[in-house]
Design a protein around this ligand. Structure first.
Ligand SMILES: *Cc1c(COP(=O)(O)O)cnc(C)c1O
Length: 449
């Protein structure tokens, strides 16, 4: 088998996600034959560094021996079982461990199979909670501008990335969008913390004016990932927790992307030392192996649904593969690695290395900002460095850079014109250096004319 053969067969029968299929006329999909650590290899023997963790899911490399073994062992006894009326050991163990590592106060785990499904669950759970309490006027949610929570209709309704949302607007339910504390827009000389604090004012006003009709605020703690890896200060999360308490509105933390160490702590909200009412996680939960997501919530929310069957308060939401056994085994193996390899501490050194490696890009004539939170680093390509004027989107500079990086053996799939690193935690310092060199060449070439 060669790349060419598989590409031809692929294009005859596949329709790829997040893709204008016509783009494949000049840049075909890369057929991957195998993976090992941070490397993926195609059928022609070319290797690529997976600098974006295969869409932010992979934590400990491809073909990780420990996770492979855990899945194989589980496979020998049980692959999957219905979770309504039944249970299994991996899902019980995983729930115990998640409750133990999550901010204290989160005591109950409700499973699904994707980040979007977890967000749907969080929205329905919050709405239903208020309904069970007799507060039926509460039907809306507050989200942040440039927020992203997935692409099913409910999740799109609380998101604000126009690329994904605009076309489907007529299908979405109404909600309230509040300006993001995105520190890219802070004034010259203003600290991220000051800007984030200042940007809390519109949120406070929205809560004050709409508390009667709002179920919850949903946001991505610290990094708005799909919105271009835009970052803000933890102070915002602390203020939001206080205000949600004051106005009796739920706080939903969507950590589908930033959970499991990406921002430096196990969960991003730990950096504000607060506990949300619902925490959504997915992506890295299984180390990037199998689809699994979960909403963790409080005794208070759980109790509002707990009653005689005839009281009709039960939370009715179900996906066929809820709490899949193999996926839970992969998740347990992933948590083992966190515990056994002192991952979060070792990541501090890696994150510092990453900061040093990309620092020279700050001076690049077509870079508007270099920013980083933990193991996520982003480089904003702009037309004019002084004014931060962006390139016209039609020029697709990000795609040019992507192509350049791919030719040099790195998968750096930008978000618009934002190039970013979100590598698996098994990346080595010298590989980070190589990645930075490739990114620099790719950006320089893509912005050359
Ligand atoms: C990716 C993502 C989702 C959606 O997860 P899927 O598994 O792709 O459905 C939701 N929220 C955030 C913050 C994400 O980054």
């Amino acid at each position: 088998m060669r790349n060419d053969t598989l590409i031809k067969r692929d294009l005859a029968v596949l329709w790829h996600p997040c893709t204008q299929m016509k783009d494949h006329e000049d840049l075909p999909p890369v057929p991957i034959k195998s993976g090992n650590g941070i490397w993926l290899e195609d059928f022609d023997g070319r290797r690529y560094m997976d600098a974006i963790s295969s869409w932010w899911v992979n934590l400990f490399g491809h073909a990780n021996p420990h996770i492979n073994a855990a899945i194989s062992t589980q496979l020998a006894s049980l692959e999957h079982t219905i979770l309504a009326g039944f249970t299994h050991e991996p899902v019980v163990k995983l729930s115990e461990q998640l409750v133990a590592i999550a901010p204290s106060g989160l005591k109950h785990c409700f499973y699904a199979d994707s980040g979007s499904a977890a967000v749907e669950i969080a929205l329905k759970m919050s709405f239903h909670y208020w309904r069970n309490l007799g507060r039926t006027r509460r039907t809306r949610f507050i989200g942040l501008s440039n927020g992203y929570h997935g692409e099913t209709l409910g999740a799109l309704s609380v998101g604000d990335v126009s690329l994904y949302r605009e076309t489907y607007k007529p299908l979405l339910h109404a909600n309230i969008t509040v300006p993001s504390p995105d520190c890219y827009f802070r004034s010259a000389g203003e600290s991220c913390a000051d800007y984030s604090r200042r940007m809390f004012e519109p949120m406070r006003q929205a809560l004050e004016q709409n508390a009667d009709s709002v179920c919850a605020v949903i946001l991505e703690p610290l990094v708005q990932c799909a919105g271009g890896m835009r970052m803000y200060d933890p102070v915002y999360l602390g203020l939001l927790r206080q205000a949600c308490d004051e106005y009796e509105v739920h706080f939903i933390a969507d950590e589908v992307a930033v959970g499991f160490g990406r921002t430096g702590t196990m969960f991003a909200i730990e950096q504000a030392d607060i506990c949300p009412d619902i925490l959504c996680v997915g992506k890295g939960l299984t180390g990037g192996y199998l689809p699994l997501s979960v909403c963790l919530t409080t005794d208070d929310i759980y109790a509002a649904f707990y009653d005689h069957y005839t009281a009709q308060r039960a939370f009715l939401h179900s996906h066929s593969y809820t709490g899949n056994t193999l996926a839970c085994a992969a998740a347990l193996a992933t948590l083992d690695i966190f515990r056994n390899d002192d991952v979060l501490n070792r990541n501090h050194a890696l994150a510092e290395h990453m900061a040093r490696a990309i620092a020279p890009l700050c001076d690049h004539p077509h870079v508007g900002e270099v920013r980083q939170t933990g193991m996520i680093a982003a480089i904003e390509m702009v037309k004019n460095r002084g004014t931060r004027e962006p390139y016209p989107w039609q020029e697709r500079r990000g795609r040019l850079a992507y192509r350049q990086a791919l030719e040099r053996g790195a998968i750096l799939r930008p978000l618009g014109d934002v190039m970013y690193f979100m590598p698996p935690y098994v990346i080595k310092p010298e590989e980070i250096d190589r990645l930075a060199a490739i990114a620099t060449e790719a950006i320089t070439t893509a912005t050359a004319s």
